[in-house]
Every structure is written in C-alpha cells, then in structure tokens.
Design a protein around this ligand. Structure first.
Ligand code: SF4
Length: 228
C-alpha cells in the first residue's frame, strides 16, 4: 500500500526502482564516501561516535588524534577520573555527559564483553547510549555487517527522494532495508554513506542545489521547495 510523503504518495515498487537508478550515480559521484570519523579500532569508532553528538566530525577528529594515544583499551578510559576525561574532551561540547557515557560504555564492554566491542546489533544497543544508528556505523565499518545508518542527512534525503514517508529513524531504517539492495553496489552501509555525502555537498537542509544535482531527474522533490 502507498505510504504518504508530504503531499506525495510513496509507492514502494517505484521507490525501489528509483534506488536502483540513483545508487550507481551516487557511487560514481562519491567514490570516497565513508564514515568521516577517524579510527583504527572498533572501540575508537564507538568513542568517536559518542563524541560526535552535537559536534562536527572534523572537531572530533582533531580531539581524538591525541586522545586515542592516551586511551587505547576500554580499561584506560576508566583509569582516569571523570574530571580528567571531561577536560580531555571538553572542546567537543556536552563534555560532562559524554565523559559519563564513555565511562559507562567502557565499563559495560569490560563487564559483559571481555573488553571487546560487541559484534552484534543486540550487543551494541545493550551498551549505554548506543542506539541503532551508532550500532550500524560500527557493524558496517568495523565488522562487515551491512546496516542502514539513519542520520539526519539520510532521513532528509530519503523523504525528498520519495523512498519513505517516515521521519522516525528506526521506521525509516526498516523502510530502506526493504528497497535498498543489501549487497549489490556494496549495499546498505555504502548507500547511507553516499546519502550523507550527497546531503553535505548538494542536498543541503535549507537550500538544496537541485540544478547541480546528478540525481535530479529521478527526484520527486527536484526544484519543489514545498517538498524540502
Ligand atoms: S534534486 Fe534537489 S531535492 Fe532532489 S536530491 Fe537533488 S538536491 Fe536534493
């Protein structure tokens, strides 16, 4: 049955056909599309995603450059006082909550997962402050498990492109899982990465650059501000 997208009806069959047209174009346009947080291990990516809340990835990368030299294992994050950790991450904002969250997460990793970041959705969302979005980032980038990462860009673009009428990230994730091929064109993780890059470069929140957009001819919202 068709779902509502603003004033447009979303036909899942048409949405799937649209994905098959736009995905190869986005892959060609953004061959470098991948998570923009720097990391060398699953725990580093997990910590970086916590620090990235309400902060730019670029700022997080500046902070983690030194941070990840000081803190290497889950145990290291618990060896310091919360105040010391707050000081180390202060410039990412909301440092009190983030320090608390990091220490709780690391404590759970040690207690329940022998010091290793869990490799399943269930294990990851069981950690303090980790939702499906972060879990999919970790699974897709560290463990080769495909996942749709529903961040703000993916939500906005999916609605504009008529792929889902949902703005709830979990409902949207499941909508996209139905219509995006899991493996073809590198699958769910790559599709989300491409949408994030396209959202940053062209399909901005306030004023999308439709005349410059390589997928405009497939987009129901092209040059239609009432659908932005
Ligand atoms: S045509 Fe416009 S609204 Fe559609 S994806 Fe491109 S920039 Fe976004």
């Amino acid at each position: 049955m068709a779902k509502k997208l603003n004033s447009l009806s979303v036909d899942p069959v048409a949405a799937q056909a649209r994905v098959l047209k736009i995905f190869p174009i986005l892959r060609r346009t953004y061959p470098e599309a991948k998570v923009s947080l720097d990391y060398a291990a699953p725990l580093e990516l997990l910590i970086a995603t916590i620090l990235a809340a309400q902060c730019t990835d670029a700022r997080v990368n500046i902070v983690t450059k030194d941070l990840f030299k000081k803190y290497r294992k889950a145990e290291d994050w618990l060896k310091v006082s919360q105040e010391e950790l707050e000081n180390d991450i202060r410039s990412t904002g909301f440092y009190r909550n983030k320090a608390k969250s990091i220490q709780k997460t690391c404590a759970a990793i040690i207690e329940k997962h022998h010091g290793q970041v869990p490799q399943t959705m269930e294990g990851l969302v069981g950690l303090n402050g980790v939702g499906r979005k972060t879990a999919n980032v970790i699974l897709g980038n560290c463990f080769g498990v495909q996942g749709i990462v529903c961040d703000t860009h993916v939500i906005r673009l999916s609605r504009r492109l008529g792929l889902s009428g949902n703005s709830d990230p979990v409902k949207l994730e499941f909508d996209l899982m139905e219509i995006v091929p899991k493996r073809k064109f590198d699958g769910w993780t790559r599709f989300s990465d491409c949408l994030v890059f396209h959202g940053r470069a062209v399909c901005n929140a306030r004023k999308p650059k439709c005349p410059l957009c390589p997928i405009a001819k497939h987009c129901p919202a092209a040059d239609r501000p009432e659908l932005w």
